[in-house]
Design a protein around this ligand. Structure first.
Ligand code: 5AD
Ligand code: SF4
Length: 450
């Protein structure tokens, strides 16, 4: 049956370049990985399409960090299966973290033709040759040194304002709840020269903002430099562009990085510093390697060195054994830290992690939801208070796009990563605009250009 399918693909592949459709789930790192995949595939003769209807190959770049992220992709695979019934020549590949975690199990449904883990993207064209000869293809080998340096990502976001640069891959921390070290492998840093080349290329192409990405950027280390020195070198190479970075692990966030942020005007005063819990007992069980007090001391230090820095965080509700007291500690830490923004989740047990192997996922589902709701409600208040401080102020906005709500408005962000909506006038994406804030909600600021 499969042999016959392939004979129908081959003539198309010969006449014109085959078309690739990529769909991305999960973190910023995955967004950038899809751009690396697009570059590899373009080099192999594929063209990128935004229309599934004309695609010869569909790649789904997946996330395993929580169960609901995986369930969404499973649903999507079923939908692509229906499409494939209509068009049997369609090749479907699963790449990214779910590919690494579930491996050949993803091939069992006979919908998926190809499975490639995060370190196997250079092999994609070869794997697609395998599927074109009627077999299923799989490569889930993790690497100690793959950083995809030397590959210029094909920017899939067409606004041309803001771009991601991955400076490292993998993670060497073993946070008990987290599946990432298993799906993305050991930590490795990309040589600084290739990072700086990419910065200059983006500057030449008119980009106005770059975000350096890694699971834990503060542990970046190459032969030549650590993260604060890399950040300074990037800031110098990116003059005229804004520089951001994510994610920072509190245990590795040193004063040298804070001083570098304070020392360069174009490094945005905004830090994402996931706390996960406000209870020292939970933090220890999570293997985060800092206490509540140590985290709060870092926050104080940030406020001292960079007074107008915004701080965002990640929080998990209902981790194994979390008591009401632990939960209250999280709420009180949030108040003390006065986070500007937060990503908040209920704990989702991931197979084979330390927590899954050693602890019982014992906070009942409805109680997890209740605690998460309390956390979200509190953060809504804190975000509103953070936005209230901007009322009447004039802020500098990098315009990113037309507002989703209205064609007559533009949207962009302040250096503190706050979203601002304002009337379009003659402004365009990529402009730096001074906006006076006249309205706010917990989600956005609104204003008038001055
Ligand atoms: N359950 C819930 N949230 C998780 N995160 C990571 N693993 C899990 C899990 N098993 C959250 C953490 C992390 C963010 C990227 O996702 O808060 O910082
Ligand atoms: Fe996961 Fe912890 Fe690594 Fe972040 S630092 S990717 S939470 S193991």
């Amino acid at each position: 049956m499969k042999e016959r399918i392939i004979s129908s693909i081959r003539p198309i592949y010969k006449e014109q370049s085959p078309k690739l459709y990529i769909e991305t789930y999960g973190c910023q790192m995955n967004v950038n990985d899809s751009e690396i995949v697009a570059a590899i595939m373009q080099k192999a003769g594929y063209s990128i399409t935004r229309d599934i209807g004309e695609a010869n190959v569909v790649l789904i770049n997946t996330c395993s960090v929580r169960d609901n992220a995986e369930q969404r992709v499973m649903g999507r695979i079923e939908q692509f299966g229906a499409e494939k019934k209509k068009r049997p020549s369609l090749n479907i590949g699963i790449i990214g973290c779910m590919a690494e975690r579930l491996k050949e199990r993803l091939l069992e449904n006979r919908i998926v033709d190809l499975v490639a883990g995060p370190d196997a993207y250079r092999e994609l064209p070869k794997l697609l040759e395998t599927t074109a000869s009627g077999q299923q293809g799989i490569n889930v080998l993790l690497s100690r040194d793959e950083t995809y340096s030397g590959i210029s990502p094909v920017r899939l976001d067409k606004t041309g304002v803001s771009a991601y640069i991955s400076i490292m891959r993998g993670c060497n921390n073993v946070c008990a709840f987290c599946v990432v070290p298993y799906t993305r492998g050991a930590e490795r840093s990309r040589p600084p020269g290739t990072i700086l080349d990419e910065v200059r290329e983006l500057a030449d192409n008119g980009y106005r903002e770059i975000t350096l990405l890694g699971q834990n950027v503060n542990s970046y280390r190459s032969e030549e430099m650590n993260f604060s020195r890399l950040l300074a070198a990037v800031a110098r190479a990116a003059s005229g562009m804004r520089v951001r970075f994510s994610t920072s692990h509190p245990k590795d966030m040193g004063v040298d990085v804070l001083e570098t942020i304070a020392g360069y005007d174009n490094i945005c005063n905004s830090i994402h510093l996931p706390v996960q819990s406000g209870s020292t007992a939970m933090l220890q069980k999570m293997n985060r390697k800092y206490t509540r007090d140590e985290y709060l001391q870092k926050i104080e230090k940030i406020r001292e060195v960079i007074p107008d820095c915004s701080i965002s965080t990640d929080i998990i509700a209902g981790f194994c054994g979390e008591t009401l007291d632990d939960h209250r500690h999280t709420l009180s830490l949030m108040e003390t830290a006065a986070f500007d923004a937060a990503f908040m989740f209920k704990y989702s047990e991931r197979p084979n992690t330390r927590a899954a192997r050693h602890f019982s996922d014992d906070v009942p589902e409805n109680e997890k939801i209740r605690r998460l709701t309390e956390i979200i409600d509190l953060q809504s208040r804190l975000s509103l208070a953070s936005h209230a401080k901007e009322y009447g102020q004039t802020v500098e906005v990098l315009v990113e796009d037309v507002s989703k709500r209205s064609e007559n408005d533009l949207c962009g962000r302040t250096p503190q990563n706050k979203t601002v909506i304002f009337p379009k006038n003659h402004y365009r994406a990529g402009d730096l605009v001074k906006v006076k804030i006249t309205e706010y909600t917990q989600a956005t600021l609104k204003g008038e250009t001055v």
